[in-house]
Design a protein around this ligand. Structure first.
Ligand code: GTP
Ligand code: MG
Length: 459
């Protein structure tokens, strides 16, 4: 990473999406932002100098590149320190043609302002202490949220930052560490300074907050791109009929011929506030038909992509004694996926088996128990996918949350076993270490880039 990433020079970027819109916003942040724009700006009210205007004001005028008019624009001012980045910010609202946007940006850059990198405005906000890591994380999720649930999680996190509570607990824990060290210094006198039940209580409070934050993160992460649900099974069991019933549309072709679906079909839909991505697949069976085999190969690829598998069978062929074999097969080959067995065509058969946590009985054609099935899938998301600890994510915030919980657990175990205090402090110090990442004491450039590079330029 380039060193100027952390510098305090003035940066600029187009903050609105690429392409042509009614208006576009160019954002500039840094110490020379106002001065540079002042020199290009000719306000409608001729005597006005931007530099003399108060913060949070908007000004109409013409923007020039030497003698050439670039556009009629509105300019808003946010003066340091009460701005998004904590620095002087100027936002130029221009007309949305890509040509105008580019010309304005180029003119500004020629005046000694640098093009911002992805997320650099937000990184400055973070480094100035305007945001903590949990809010940065929430902001990234807010920008990319695609359904009500991810949107709600993000908003709650931005609004109610847990950081004040964490900072207070952080101070308390530091206090405990110093007391323990004092005790160790005077170990021969047998001083007891640390109230262990207080320490326990503090750890418990911290654990609750961190668990909430971790659950919110996991839910947001699991559903970011939509929960992927693959519908699989032998040919003709009614996979495409179920797919259509779930997405409430006639997208997939249905026929009484086996081998109708050749290529996987996908459809995203929001149900109960959650974004789902349902995948209809080609029926799995042994065939000499090359085209069908290509489809079947794809089915296996889609299984790998999915978080939930609906294994469809029909009432004729299903035997209750096979349930365990099926579950065992999936647990062995796809241990990270959640599986439901769906017995379809209940309208046709006389059957004796009953619904349970793994087995759902439906009629896709007549829409029987589809709502039940949808609720079961939703519950699976909240109760299993979110609680699943096997999710692997290389996210610094998530790793810090996990590390805190692990160290809290170690200290609690140590207290329980009456471990010597010098050993306890090792884990207590680890807690502090992880917490300091969450409350924003990060100076390492690579870590910073990792956090902020996910944002778009201009954010
Ligand atoms: N009676 C009844 N028929 C159903 C039901 N669900 C599907 N079918 C019928 O079963 C046949 C096969 O349905 P599809 O949805 O095409 O089955 P599929 O599993 O997608 O089949 P392939 O794509 O060939 O693997 C069609 O004639 C459907 O109308 C049901 O719940 N009850
Ligand atoms: Mg089909």
């Amino acid at each position: 990473m380039n060193n100027d990433f952390l510098q305090n020079d003035t940066i600029a970027a187009i903050a609105t999406p690429n392409g042509c819109g009614a208006i576009a916003i160019i954002r500039i942040s840094g110490s020379i932002a106002i001065e540079v724009v002042d020199n290009l700006f000719n306000p409608i009210n001729k005597n006005k100098k931007l530099i003399n205007q108060p913060s949070y004001t908007i000004h109409l005028g013409w923007l020039y590149d030497n003698n050439k008019i670039l556009d009629q624009v509105l300019i808003s001012l946010f003066k340091a320190p009460n701005s998004y980045t904590g620095e002087d910010i100027v936002e130029i609202y221009c007309h949305g043609s890509p040509y105008i946007q580019k010309s304005i940006l180029q003119t500004i850059i020629r005046k000694g302002i640098r093009l911002a990198r992805n997320g650099e405005f937000t990184m400055r906000a973070f480094l100035k202490g305007k945001m903590d890591l949990s809010q940065v994380e929430a902001l990234a999720n807010l920008i990319y949220s695609k359904c009500e649930v991810t949107h709600n999680i993000a908003i709650q996190h931005i609004k109610k930052s847990y950081i004040t509570d964490i900072k207070n607990l952080y101070k308390k824990i530091i206090n405990f560490v110093s007391l323990i060290e004092l005790e160790l210094d005077f170990s021969e006198e047998n001083f007891i300074l640390v109230n262990k039940s207080d320490l326990y209580k503090t750890l418990f409070q911290l654990e609750n907050i961190i668990k909430n934050m971790r659950n919110a993160f996991k839910l947001g992460n699991a559903i970011k791109e939509g929960i992927s649900v693959a519908i699989i099974g032998k040919p003709n069991v009614g996979k495409s009929t179920l797919f259509n019933a779930l997405i409430n549309s006639d997208e997939a072709i249905i026929s009484e011929l086996a081998g109708t679906t050749r290529d996987a079909l996908e459809h995203s839909i929001i149900i109960n506030g959650l974004l789902f991505r349902f995948i209809d697949t080609a029926g799995i069976h042994y065939t000499m038909n090359n085209l069908e085999n290509l489809g079947i190969k794809k089915t296996f690829e889609k299984i790998l992509e999915s978080q939930i598998i609906l294994y469809l069978v029909d009432v004729y062929s299903f035997e209750e004694k096979k349930i365990h074999d099926i579950i065992n097969y999936f647990n062995k080959h796809y241990p990270l996926k959640k599986i439901l067995i769906i017995v379809n065509k209940s309208d046709l058969g006389n059957f004796t088996f009953k619904k349970n946590d793994y087995v759902y009985i439906i009629s896709a054609k007549y829409n029987t128990n589809i709502k039940d099935l949808i609720n079961a899938i939703t519950n699976l998301v909240y109760n299993n996918i979110v609680k699943d600890d096997s999710i692997i994510t290389q996210n610094i915030y998530y790793e810090a949350l996990n590390g805190t919980l692990k160290s809290i657990n170690n200290v609690k175990k140590g207290l329980y076993k009456n471990l010597p205090e010098d050993l306890l402090t090792i884990d207590i110090r680890l807690i502090l270490n992880f917490l300091s990442k969450i409350i924003g004491k990060i100076n390492n450039e690579d870590i910073l880039e990792n956090i902020f590079s996910r944002f778009c330029i201009g954010k």
